[in-house]
Design a protein around this ligand. Structure first.
Ligand SMILES: [Zn+2]
Length: 245
């Protein structure tokens, strides 16, 4: 049983993109106490279905400075890997990209030297585009630029190949995924469920930790009660997104 979790900022503001740093520690320690292996994405995909041990991957979208402050020391201390997706055009700035909604507070993003510290501590870094657009709205040329330029900039700055991608807002259409496939080996969505053996590596599901605030209430996260709860939340979210269209 494999699960990919999504975090954004680690701070105490209670905003839609914020997860309390103390509760983040509880999630990580709780998963380890449950006997869940915290692994990198390549390991999770390589051995899919062959290992009996439940596994989870911690991912962070956008590159907030609070991840450097809170996740870096904790995960380095525990030897736990993680994957962080960078918005390359906004490194060293804040999350005020043009498509940002009013509900998200303005928060600092890491600069390249902080990102390199994460890399040195065992984080893997992937692309979350250059400008954080809604990819399904872009022309073919604009999409190509977002995918190619973010990858090139990350590889130049980090001196390392970049294979992982995350769709901003979790939005894409089939032509988006085919364009992503030309540049990246994996991509993560906001499709809220556990991994399945036949998942396309370019359409990997993730569960947003937003739904697991107050993690002691949800322990064990891999238990039947929490899995049922998350399934219910996913169904509600699907209904809501159909109503909005
Ligand atoms: Zn994002």
């Amino acid at each position: 049983m494999d699960l990919i979790l999504t975090f954004h900022s680690l701070d105490t503001s209670g905003s839609v993109v914020s997860y309390n740093p103390d509760e983040f520690r509880q999630v990580v320690e709780g998963l380890l106490e449950e006997g869940v292996a915290l692994v990198g994405l390549d390991e999770m995909l390589r051995e899919e279905g062959t290992s009996g041990q439940p596994r989870a991957l911690l991912t962070f979208d956008d590159g907030f400075s609070s991840v450097h402050e809170h996740a870096l020391p904790l995960l380095a201390e525990l030897g736990v890997p993680a994957l962080l997706y960078v918005v390359t055009g906004w490194v060293g700035r804040t999350n005020r990209w043009p498509t940002q909604g009013a509900e998200a507070p303005e928060l600092d993003l890491m600069d390249w030297s902080q990102l390199r510290e994460l890399q040195a501590a065992g984080f893997e870094l992937g692309s979350h585009t250059v400008e954080h657009p809604h990819l399904a709205d872009l022309t073919e040329e604009e999409l190509e630029r977002e995918l190619a330029n973010s990858k090139r900039q990350l590889e130049d700055e980090l001196q390392q190949g970049v294979r992982h991608f995350s769709y901003p807002y979790g939005t894409y259409k089939s032509s988006t995924t085919e364009a992503v496939r030309k540049h990246y080996g994996t991509a993560t969505t906001t499709d809220m469920r556990w991994l399945e053996a036949n998942d396309d590596p370019l359409l990997l599901p993730r569960v947003d930790a937003y739904y697991l605030r107050e993690p002691r209430r949800w322990a064990p996260i891999f238990g039947a009660r929490t899995r049922t709860y998350l399934k219910g939340r996913a169904a509600l979210r699907n209904v809501a997104s159909h109503l909005r269209r």
